[in-house]
Write a protein of this length. Structure first.
Ligand code: GDP
Ligand code: ZN
Length: 461
């Protein structure tokens, strides 16, 4: 079957030193050959070996006018990303040059690719399964080191292997059951109900354990959502800066300056954290500040962890107490900030209310006590132990839903067995379970689903 040839700019569109145009499909080599002139006289791309790189120029085919100086790599199918013939043109011009080269490739008969189309071809041509294709998106979008690692594992097939294992066990069971229905005369060691039940229970346990990783998978993917809260001017933005070790949030001594919500991603001892700096929470008449206060309150509700900042150089006031009231039942780390100044705060009255959680002295301004804070975060989540290299995490809600459905079907099989239902009832539910596992790897998905998944890709991938 002949495939059309697609092309796209594969690198970021912002100005950069080099840009790559990727071409894939049956005519990719002959197309680029028409506009490439090697420094070696007479070298033709359609005669070169696969996986070689060639130096020369992209030229207008009629006038031989030079468009850019390039390196062209040729990767013949099936040993390429898409399993088709792939040519990559490494240009070193800016965006205008890249566009000119792209236009030329289009004129020669290639078509502009859709988002994700290269990866989709890799999937369609069987080089990767669907969970691996999704890992490609996740790698591009990774916000934390851990999530990157976990996506790379997924791309390498860890999830696929596990799913294949489960599928094989299911097939084995289905085959056994169907055989005993279809060929009763063989009297295939009369289906041992207890054995079937045991096998299914084992699969259920495997799937259940995998599903349980979804919550930590979510943490890996998005980070622990951590809200920094406190009344205006206690030092929340200074704390965020101290933690990020850079000036990010605007620090001023006018109360109420952090009007909007700032989000930053960081790693603490390997724990991904999504830090949210909120506008101070207080009663205000300023309309714009009111919106900020409202957003802070909703961020507070969504947060997995709350870092509550107090100004230790002042006495507690109504505003502090109002916030304490809001957070007293949550996971809280309470910070006494501005410890470089004289202490005025009454600690006892807080310890009574926020009895669980941590109390730590810091000076955001002098970056003191940040280590203690980081250790407290680590202690609270024990996530420092997570070793993504060895474990498999479900990070994708599509996968989680499919596993959930498979579990339901498997539990129905158990019920059928217990209720002495006929054996063909068992195999219907077993097949359902099989199909749902297949949805994860992509062998039982439909066209719409594939479209939806690949539409989330960026161009050129
Ligand atoms: P926010 O409104 O809670 O975000 O507070 P900011 O981070 O904007 O800080 C308010 C003021 O307190 C600024 O003038 C900071 O320089 C000052 N500040 C913050 N942290 C400390 C600290 O640890 N020690 C002292 N002396 N001043 C601080
Ligand atoms: Zn602030």
């Amino acid at each position: 079957m002949l495939t059309d040839t697609i092309c796209s700019i594969a690198t970021a569109l912002s100005p950069s030193g080099i840009g790559i145009i990727r071409v894939s499909g049956d005519n990719s080599i002959s197309i680029v050959n028409k506009i490439f002139k090697s420094v070696h006289k007479g070298l033709k791309l359609n005669q070169v070996k696969t996986h070689t790189i060639h130096y020369g120029h992209i030229i207008m085919p009629n006038t031989e006018e030079i468009i850019d100086e390039v390196m062209v790599s040729v990767m013949k199918g099936p040993h390429s990303f898409t399993r088709e013939d792939v040519v990559e043109i490494n240009c070193h011009g800016g965006i205008m040059v890249l566009e000119n080269v792209l236009k030329l490739v289009l004129t020669m008969g290639a078509r502009l690719s859709e988002p994700g189309e290269f990866t989709k071809r890799a999937f369609m041509n069987g080089r990767i399964d669907l969970s691996q294709a999704e890992a490609v998106i996740d790698i591009i979008n990774s916000k934390t080191q851990l999530s990157l690692k976990s996506s790379v594992n997924q791309l390498n097939g860890q999830l696929s292997n596990k799913m294949d294992m489960i599928k094989n066990q299911l097939i084995h069971l289905i085959a056994h059951i169907e055989a005993s229905i279809d060929y009763p005369e063989y009297d295939i060691e009369a289906l041992n109900q207890d054995k079937v039940k045991l096998d299914i229970e084992k699969i259920i346990k495997d799937i259940y354990e995998l599903m349980r990783t979804y919550d930590s998978g979510k943490l890996i993917r998005e980070g622990i959502s951590t809200a920094i809260i406190g009344k205006p001017n206690v030092g929340k933005s200074s704390l965020l800066n101290a933690m990020l070790k850079e000036e990010r949030a605007i620090v001023t001594d006018i109360p109420g300056t952090t009007r909007d919500v700032l989000e930053e991603y960081m790693n603490i001892h390997g724990i991904p954290l999504k830090l949210v700096d909120t506008a101070g929470i207080r009663v205000t008449d300023d309309q714009i500040e009111k919106i900020g206060v409202q957003r802070s309150k909703s961020k507070l509700e969504e947060a997995d962890l709350i870092i509550f900042v107090l100004d230790a150089s002042r006495a507690l006031d109504e505003e502090d107490l109002h916030i304490i009231e809001l957070i007293k039942d949550r996971e809280v780390i309470c910070l006494f900030n501005k410890m470089d100044l004289d202490e005025k705060i009454d600690r006892k009255s807080i310890e009574g209310v926020l009895d669980h959680g941590y109390m730590i002295d810091i000076s955001a301004k002098n970056v003191e006590g940040i280590d203690a804070l980081e250790h407290a975060i680590k202690d609270m989540f024990y996530l420092g132990e997570i070793d993504v290299n060895n474990d498999l995490y479900i990070t994708n809600v599509r996968h989680k839903n499919a596993l959930e459905k498979a579990l339901i079907s498997l539990n129905e099989v158990l019920e059928s067995i217990n209720n002495k239902m006929p054996e063909d009832c068992w195999s219907i539910d077993l097949k359902n379970a099989y199909e749902n596992i297949g949805i994860i790897t992509g062998d039982t998905v439909n066209e719409d689903m594939i479209k939806e998944i690949f539409s989330r890709f960026c161009l050129g991938k």
